[in-house]
Write a protein that binds this ligand. Structure first.
Ligand SMILES: *Cc1c(COP(=O)(O)O)cnc(C)c1O
Length: 366
């Protein structure tokens, strides 16, 4: 019997008499907090997708990121991060300050990140495309600098996906994803992954085992099922997003549109150089001038669901000032262009005309 799809091993324990069964990568299969075949199957598929030699899957993007930070950082280390990024990611090294880790935040550009690196920097963490204003970072430039200085570089590639860019091919040390977003793609499961090349890192595996941050078998299967349609979903979402960005750009109620697919966007050039395809992802951000207009807009939407998160088949719209960046200081928000009227839209796979109709009606009401 050979099933088309890999089964879900819903078991906490495996047979062990004396030594445990060794998996092909040398880890023991005896307990599902450590290893599970359904999780291993997902990891193999994720490794292929990102063209990586190794993958470890986690119960969320934050599970992956915090486990990686704990395995790599020690007292006296200094980490350089972009000041615009997933808010919870920035919080983790800040919590590690009490164990003697130092955090330096830089404006999200390759130039500013490289300038912020000091002789004490041991780790750099960037996102290929930032949230919520969609600045594309020239990862190649940062990777070159980190290689020269022998600094470990982690890239969060969630917004861009391996369909557009594979940072490991540019010499980045670790890639992380929130699988919750495009890779699983259905707004129904959370997951995370760490991918890297070279030898398998037993220490990192040990940290996952100690922290208990492995993904559950059923969730792993859900992510793997979602992944099968990533290419078609991402292409449709990117095409929908471009059409929506073009519509918003010409709308009198919209002050500014952030989308690297627009030729007028300051990040269009970098995106064209870095990305493998002429697609720019499914997130569009735009400014409606004030908090009052932004909230009225969200209230008037009928088809698009007002909620944070992104990357799923259903379109979601959110107000970043009260969600993604609610802990960011006003001064930093101003510097980054995260205005009081900013809306972040994660475009789904619906018919684009229906989405534009919903946007148009909600814009009339604000
Ligand atoms: C959502 C997200 C995360 C965190 O992932 P979870 O699955 O929510 O824990 C990290 N980075 C980026 C860019 C994200 O969008």
């Amino acid at each position: 019997m050979e099933p088309l799809h890999y089964p879900i091993y819903l078991t906490a324990v495996f047979k062990q008499i004396g030594d445990a069964y060794l998996t092909e990568r040398g880890t023991e299969l005896k307990y599902s907090r450590e290893e599970n075949p359904t999780v291993r199957n997902l990891e193999d598929k994720l490794a292929k997708l990102e063209n990586a030699e190794n993958a470890l899957a986690f119960n969320s993007g934050m599970g992956a990121i915090s486990t990686l930070f704990l395995s790599l950082l020690k007292a006296g280390d200094e980490i350089v991060m972009s000041m615009e990024g997933y808010g919870t990611t920035i919080e983790v090294p800040k919590l590690l300050e009490k164990f003697g880790v130092r955090v330096r935040l830089a404006y999200p550009s390759a130039e500013k990140i490289c300038e912020t690196i000091t002789s004490n920097t041991t780790l750099v963490f960037i996102e290929t495309m930032t949230n919520p204003t969609l600045k594309v970072i020239d990862v190649r430039e940062v990777a070159k600098k980190c290689r020269e200085e022998e600094i470990t570089l982690i890239v969060d590639n969630t917004f861009v996906t391996p369909i557009l860019y594979r940072p490991l091919e540019d010499g980045v040390n670790f890639v992380v994803h929130s699988l919750t977003k495009y890779i699983a793609g259905h707004n129904d499961v959370t997951g995370g992954v760490i991918l890297w090349n070279g030898k398998f890192l037993n220490d990192l595996w040990d940290w996952r085992r100690r922290l208990g941050t492995i993904i559950q078998p059923f969730d792993a299967w859900m992510v793997e099922r979602g992944m099968r349609t990533l290419n078609v979903r991402f292409e449709k979402q990117s095409k929908n997003a471009l059409a929506i960005a073009e519509f918003l750009q010409d709308h009198p109620k919209v002050r500014k549109v952030h989308y690297p697919g627009l030729p007028s966007d300051p990040y269009h050039g970098i995106a064209r150089r870095l990305f493998r395809k002429d697609l720019y992802g499914g997130v569009v951000s735009f400014d409606l001038g004030s908090e009052k207009s932004a909230l009225a807009f969200l209230r008037s939407l009928k088809k698009i669901f007002p909620s944070p998160s992104l990357g799923g088949v259903e379109s979601l719209a959110t107000y970043p000032v009260k969600s993604a960046v609610k802990n960011m200081e006003k001064e930093t928000r101003d510097l980054l262009g995260i205005t009081d009227g900013l809306i972040r839209l994660s475009v789904g796979i619906e018919e684009v005309d229906e989405l534009i109709e919903d946007l148009d009606r909600a814009l009339k009401g604000c």
